[in-house]
Unconditional design. Structure first.
Length: 242
């Protein structure tokens, strides 16, 4: 068996370590969104497959016999395409999808379905921290009259695409105290977050709670109708059952 691990999350890092320690034949795949990704501990390919034909060609060439999808919950197109192709070609597939975050009694969340909806809730003059990544920043173009700050992992190669915003660079993990200090220094009034779930990046929500900041929480996109687990342990059980 040669397993293809679609990576890009903390859970994928854990899975790669377990697979390597267990001597499993596996290859990790990263989309290439981060310039200097952490070592996976497995043979790793970086970059897209070149569409459906490219994915199928790679699977055949590498002798892939199963796919474990541990991509980001918002990598919806990748997951949907992979699940569909695996089903059509009778290739075992499983998605590791960590649970969503849920608000507590002290949280001030506004649920939105898409980035463009944030403008209906965030008042003009607000300083808005976009914890949503570089991709999709232009979808906040209607947040004119607000100051936008977007945190990215790598130094940007181009200016911020909107006149009313800028990037800051930071590589996780971030502690709650770090986030509180950052939000306070920047004068953040609103936080915009994708509901990615997971403990590793939850510190920004804890900081918003501590500062009583309102949060615009972007709902997850639809996920594939395919076998799914919620934890690394469950994913390894699936691998062991192949």
């Amino acid at each position: 068996m040669t397993l293809l691990l679609l990576a890009g999350t903390g859970e994928a890092q854990q899975l790669a370590r377990h697979l390597a320690e267990g001597g499993r034949a596996a290859v990790a795949s990263l989309a290439g969104a981060t310039r200097m990704p952490r070592a996976m501990g497995l043979p790793t390919r970086i970059g897209g497959f070149g569409g459906e034909a490219g994915f199928l060609a790679y699977v055949a060439e590498a002798g892939i016999t199963a796919v474990l999808d541990a991509t980001h919950p918002f990598a919806a197109q990748i997951s949907a395409r992979t699940a569909r192709l695996c089903a059509v070609h009778d290739l075992p597939y499983c998605q590791l999808l960590r649970p969503e975050w849920v608000p507590g009694a002290e949280d001030r969340w506004t649920d939105i379905a898409a980035e463009e909806e944030a403008a209906a809730h965030i008042p003009e003059g607000a300083t808005v921290f976009l914890a949503t990544g570089r991709q999709g920043v232009t979808r906040f173009a209607n947040l004119d009259g607000r100051r936008l700050i977007c945190r990215v992992v790598d130094p940007p190669e181009a200016p911020f695409p909107l006149a009313h915003g800028n990037y800051i660079v930071g590589r996780p993990p971030f502690s709650v105290d770090d986030e509180i200090a950052l939000f306070t220094r920047l004068g953040v009034d609103w936080l915009v977050v994708k509901n990615a779930g997971g403990a590793a990046s939850e510190s920004k929500l804890a900081a918003a709670r501590a500062l009583s900041l309102p949060v615009a929480m972007i709902a997850r996109p639809p996920q594939p109708d395919a076998p799914r687990v919620a934890t690394v342990a469950e994913a390894m059980e699936w691998v062991q059952g192949l």
